[in-house]
Structures are given as structure tokens and as C-alpha cells.
Write a protein that binds this ligand. Structure first.
Ligand code: ZN
Length: 631
């Protein structure tokens, strides 16, 4: 899910988890205790401290929100009538966002810790829909402002300068606005145009008969217990499951192709109604990119993908060495050295190592991180249990203390990594809050790159502070698996997605055979496995974000390159980098991302060297890994 000024929870993580399912959890019957029974009560949210004393109080306070909404509605048709009106409308919109988030985040968190509380989820969504519907006139009227009017308004009312960027963004969309009647019609028809494909895709996945694999511990469900199977010590189990899984995907390929082709076609048509060349161009426009720039970026990533293939070869050879297998297959990549299981973390170890790894980011960062991670503050809710939302996310907004939720912290590397990632979002929210960032500028397109950088620092810290050589190696691998190689994992997804939309537009992509051929061609540029395992041509069915949130994968491509760039600058000149980096995090998104990167870190987002610099960081790390493997 996108994270923008109006979305405070970062849920997109679920998607990327599926994509980067390279880490595998240990088998279930272990005795490791991540959170002791005595600690359990501490790791629950204290919602009454940060939100409302009770659900009744939350309901009562909704009247304040409605009052603000009515006050705002009084400006309907008069938003840009005077500089005073304009300023007042923008301030009221901001207040409304703050009030709305307090209610919706509270209701969402209540549901996350108890998914039986469907009423809270429903009410939160209903408030969101109401606010969006009744404030749509603001966007419409802001779009109608000319550059000249804006300049005049700012001259008369200098406080409007703070809102310049957000108004400019509305104006920017003016060329893509549709007449009101058409707009309303497409809005009403949306469920039939673009909203059914993801649901159908999910339904098809859910009804597929993937089957089970037989193991000494009983039968395992190929789809539902996918991660457990991937890590299974019995090689024949892993192989059988891989084949059954892809057979399952293939069994619905005709309908899955129907879904994807219709999705691309519908979105291309809608984009053209909005005067964009196609859906890709529209999506890139939202993030201040042009299609040419993205095509160039993806081409550069593709050209550098040899480093990823080399990494895959090095890993495969290492697995061969420790397992004694004649040939290594994709289902063997989870094999660990005998007697050295994947490291686990107690919650204290996770908190302490994340704290130590990110401490170099300076006292302001450290203070916010410490407060978030201190269980006494009731900002973490991570104890496994029934009826909890899946995955992990952080939440927070202007004037709202940020929190972190995880469906279950049981001590795996992945669970601790999610904490490292999401804690960055939570800390950034606090930094922006301390800096007085306006609600309209909360978040922004650089958001993910910061969290990925934290993941790199954490993996780095763990490998550097580990005495045991095998565990050290594991953490070195996690530098790549975590986010170091994300450009090359999300890269083919972004390339494939763009190619699907182009192909559909030209009438060249019509069915599952076309998608298989395209998928194999694209993925072969990025990975060593498609040539070896014919099944992987069905991978287009297994890219959740392509159906759920089209073109979102792209964020992980340039976000991953940026995270490595931060890492390079950090090593080069830690003091200077940290000062500028924290200033950037605390700044909020009151300008285009390329402008902010240039201003704060002197990074040129469109410089071709962004990708090659990132690759040089990976080269150096890969040499270390290779050296470790050859010992
Ligand atoms: Zn994130």
C-alpha cells in the first residue's frame, strides 16, 4: 500500500515479504523463547494513553471531526476566492487530516490486535470514505488555480508560501482532470472497471488445489505452509512442493491471464481518459518520473544484473559445498551448514542490536528509537496470539505518537528485520513531528529508501559484531537478502509489469502463453534460475503487488539504489552524512524527491551513476562473502 500524506500505516510490507521470501523460518517445533511469559504484558499497546480513553470516547469525539468538516464545507465554491479563504481552507484541511488520523489509526490498531473486531475496521474505513467524499471539492478547486493567482495570493498572504508545493501539485494535475460528470461516472464505475481484478486474482489463488507434501512430521500444505516447506531439511520434500506449487499456479493460468490482461487494458483506457499516454505513464507521473526516465533506470539495473547472477552462483556453489549435492536447485537455497541453524533473537537482543546499529544516526534519532522500543511506553504490540492481523507495520501521524505492530515476534531474523525497517518509519514520523512538518507533507516517495538503509545498517552491524564465523556469514548474506539486492528482485517485476501493459496496449499480450514467454525472457536477464526451472515462467501469477497495487514495485527499485547510495555516503563521511540525512528525514516532502535529495544529500536521482555506485557497494560486500565461503 502506498504511503502518502493521507495514509499513515505502511502496509506495503506484506507484499515485499512475499517477493523476498528468501529467508525461511525454522521448523515449528522449537523451544526458543523470544518474549518470556513475564515480559508478555509489556508488549501490548497502551491505546488509551495515546488515543482515546475508550471506544465510547472515540465515538463522542467524532463530533469534533464533523465540526471541522462542516467548517471546511462552508468554503465550497469559494476556496480560491481570496488569499484568506485559501489559507483557511488549507489549514482546516490539515486539522481535519490530523483529527481523522487519530480516529482511523485508533480503530485500525484495535482491529489489528483483534481481527474479530470487524466493526472498528469498518467504522474507520467509513470515516475515511466520508472525509474523502466531502473534501473532494477542495482538490477540484485547488486544481483550478493558475500559477499567476498563486503568486499573487502568496504575495498578499506570505503564510501561504508553506503550502506552495501542495498547491503546485494540484495545479500540476489540472491537465489530467476530467469534466465533473465524467469524473463522477468513472468513480461510480470503478468497481466494475479496475476494482474486481485483484479480488478475482486472490480468489483464484485461494481456490487452487496445490496439494500437500508428505513429511516425517505429517503432511504439509504446499501453499499455506510454503515458508516452512522451503526450509525443510528433506530435499525431496522441497522439490516436490516447488513443483506442486507451480503446477497449482499453472492450473489457473487461463483465468489469471484474463485477470491481468483486463487489468492492464482497463487501466490503460482510464489513463487515456485522463490524458496520459498509458497507465505506466500515469503511475510514474504521480511519483514525478517520466516513462523515459523509468525505462532508462530499469535498463541500467538490467545491465548491472550480472552482479546479482554472480551472487546467486556464489550462493549456489556454497550450498553445493556444504550439502554435497551434485547439482543445486532453487529449492536448495535455504540449506544451512550442519549444526548451525539460522540465528534467533530474543526481543531484548532485537531491540539492543537495532539500537546499537542505528545509534550512529545521532542523538535525535537515538532518543526517538529508544522511546519507541522501550516496552514501558506501550508503543509495541508484538506478542503472538489468535485473531491478529498478519505481517508488521508502523502507524502514526502529526500530533500522534507512532507505534509498531507485528502479528508475532517469535525471534526470527525476518521478524527482527521488520522491526528494524518499521522502526525507521516510526522514528521518521517523530522527527517530522518535532520539526513541525505540515500534515500535507508527512511521508513522501523517499520513505522506503530510509527504512531500507536501516536494514542495511542493522545487517552490517550484526556481521561486524559476530565472532562465530558461520553466523557472521549468515549476517553477511542478509545484507544482500535484506535489501542490498532488492533492485534486482523488484527490477524484473517492474520491467515485466511495464512490458505487460505495453504488450496489452499493442495487442501482443493476450493470454497465458504470451505472459509465460514474456516472463521467462524478462526474468532470465536478472536471475540464473529461469533457464534451469521451466516452472518459473508462471511467476507472473505470483507477484501480488502487480495485482494489488500496480506499479508500486518500482519504489523498491530506486529505493534500493538510494539505500545503497546512502550507505556509500555514510561510510565516506559519517558525520556529514548523518547531519544531512537526519535533516532530510525530518524535513517531510515539501518538494519533489529529486529536489530534496539534491538539496540535502547532493544526490542526483537521475544520474546514471546512481545504479553503478550502488553496484560498487555490492561488489565490495560480495568479495567479503566470497572470501568467507572459500575458508
Ligand atoms: Zn516500509
Amino acid at each position: 500500500m502506498k504511503v502518502n500524506a493521507t495514509t499513515s500505516t505502511s502496509l506495503h510490507w506484506i507484499g515485499i515479504l512475499v517477493i523476498v521470501a528468501l529467508w525461511r523460518p525454522a521448523l515449528s517445533q522449537d523451544t526458543f523463547v523470544a518474549i518470556t511469559p513475564e515480559e508478555v504484558p509489556q508488549y501490548r499497546f497502551n491505546l488509551s494513553r495515546y488515543f482515546f480513553p475508550s471506544l465510547e470516547a472515540e465515538k463522542r469525539e467524532r463530533t469534533n471531526l464533523l465540526t471541522t468538516l462542516k467548517e471546511l464545507e462552508a468554503f465550497k465554491g469559494k476556496v480560491a476566492l481570496s488569499p484568506d479563504n485559501l489559507l483557511r481552507v488549507l489549514e482546516l484541511s490539515d486539522s481535519l487530516q490530523v483529527q481523522f488520523h487519530k480516529h482511523s489509526d485508533y480503530l485500525y490498531l484495535r482491529w489489528a490486535i483483534n481481527t474479530q473486531d470487524g466493526e472498528s475496521l469498518k467504522e474507520g474505513k467509513a470515516i475515511g470514505a466520508e472525509v474523502a467524499k466531502r473534501t473532494s471539492f477542495v482538490h477540484k478547486e485547488l486544481k483550478g488555480i493558475t500559477d499567476r493567482t498563486l503568486t499573487e495570493c502568496i504575495a498578499q498572504k506570505p503564510q501561504l508560501e508553506f503550502y506552495r508545493f501542495v498547491i503546485e501539485q494540484e495545479i500540476r494535475y489540472d491537465a489530467h482532470a476530467m469534466p465533473l460528470a465524467e469524473q463522477e461516472l468513472t468513480h461510480d464505475l470503478a468497481p466494475f472497471i479496475t476494482d474486481w481484478q485483484y479480488t478475482l486474482h486472490e480468489d483464484l489463488l485461494a481456490r487452487t488445489q496445490y496439494g500437500t507434501v508428505h513429511t516425517s512430521e505429517g503432511d504439509l500444505d504446499v501453499y499455506k505452509q510454503r515458508t516452512v516447506i522451503d526450509n525443510h531439511p528433506d530435499r525431496t520434500v522441497r522439490e516436490a512442493a516447488f513443483k506442486k506449487l507451480y503446477n497449482g499456479f499453472a492450473s489457473q493460468r487461463d483465468l489469471q491471464a484474463f485477470v491481468l490482461v483486463r487489468l492492464a487494458s482497463a487501466r490503460n483506457h482510464l489513463a487515456r481518459l485522463h490524458h496520459y499516454e498509458d497507465a505506466a505513464s500515469e503511475s510514474y507521473f504521480h511519483r514525478y518520473w517520466t516513462k523515459t526516465e523509468i525505462s532508462d533506470l530499469l535498463e541500467r539495473v538490467e545491465k548491472q544484473a550480472d552482479i546479482y547472477k554472480r551472487y546467486q552462483h556464489i550462493r549456489a556453489n556454497y550450498v553445493k559445498k556444504i550439502s554435497g549435492y551434485q547439482t543445486v536447485n532453487i529449492w536448495d537455497m535455504s540449506v544451512r551448514p550442519v549444526g548451525s541453524p539460522s540465528p534467533r533473537f530474543t526481543i531484548d537482543q532485537a531491540r539492543n542490536t537495532i539500537h546499537e546499529a542505528l545509534k550512529p544516526l545521532g542523538p535525535m534519532y537515538e532518543l526517538e528509537l529508544t522511546q519507541l522500543l522501550d516496552p514501558a511506553n506501550g508503543r509495541l504490540d508484538i506478542v503472538p496470539g489468535d485473531n491478529r492481523r498478519s505481517g508488521g507495520f508502523s502507524s502514526g501521524f502529526v500530533g500522534e505518537t507512532s507505534t509498531f505492530f507485528s502479528s508475532s515476534f517469535a525471534g526470527s531474523y525476518n521478524e527482527a528485520r521488520i522491526l528494524a525497517h518499521e522502526s525507521t518509519h516510526a522514528v521518521q514520523r517523530q522527527l517530522m513531528n518535532n520539526n513541525g512538518v505540515l500534515p500535507v507533507y508527512f511521508g513522501g516517495p523517499l520513505w522506503e529508501s530510509f527504512a531500507m538503509f536501516s536494514e542495511l545498517l542493522w545487517a552490517d552491524y550484526l556481521s561486524q559484531n559476530e565472532a562465530d564465523p558461520i553466523r557472521k556469514q549468515y549476517f553477511q548474506e542478509q545484507f544482500f537478502e535484506g535489501k542490498g539486492m532488492i533492485m534486482f528482485v523488484a527490477g524484473p517485476e517492474a520491467v515485466l509489469e511495464q512490458a505487460v501493459y505495453e504488450g496489452v496496449k499493442r495487442g501482443e499480450i493476450n493470454n497465458a502463453d504470451d505472459l509465460d514467454t514474456l516472463t521467462k525472457r524478462v526474468y532470465s536477464q536478472f536471475s540464473i534460475w529461469p533457464q534451469k526451472h521451466e516452472e518459473l515462467k508462471s511467476q507472473w501469477i505470483d507477484i501480488p503487488l502487480m495485482y494489488e497495487d500496480p506499479f508500486y514495485d518500482l519504489n523498491y527499485v530506486y529505493g534500493g539504489a538510494l539505500a545503497l547510495k546512502y550507505y556509500q555516503l555514510y561510510l565516506l563521511s559519517p558525520k556529514k552524512f548523518v547531519r544531512d540525512y537526519i535533516a532530510l528525514m525530518a524535513n517531510g516532502s515539501n518538494a519533489r524527491p529529486d529536489i530534496l535529495l539534491k538539496k540535502f544529500l547532493d544526490i542526483d536521482l537521475h544520474d546514471p551513476r546512481l545504479v553503478s555506485d550502488a553496484v560498487s557497494v555490492l561488489e565490495a560486500k560480495l568479495k567479503l562473502l566470497e572470501a568467507g565461503y572459500s575458508n
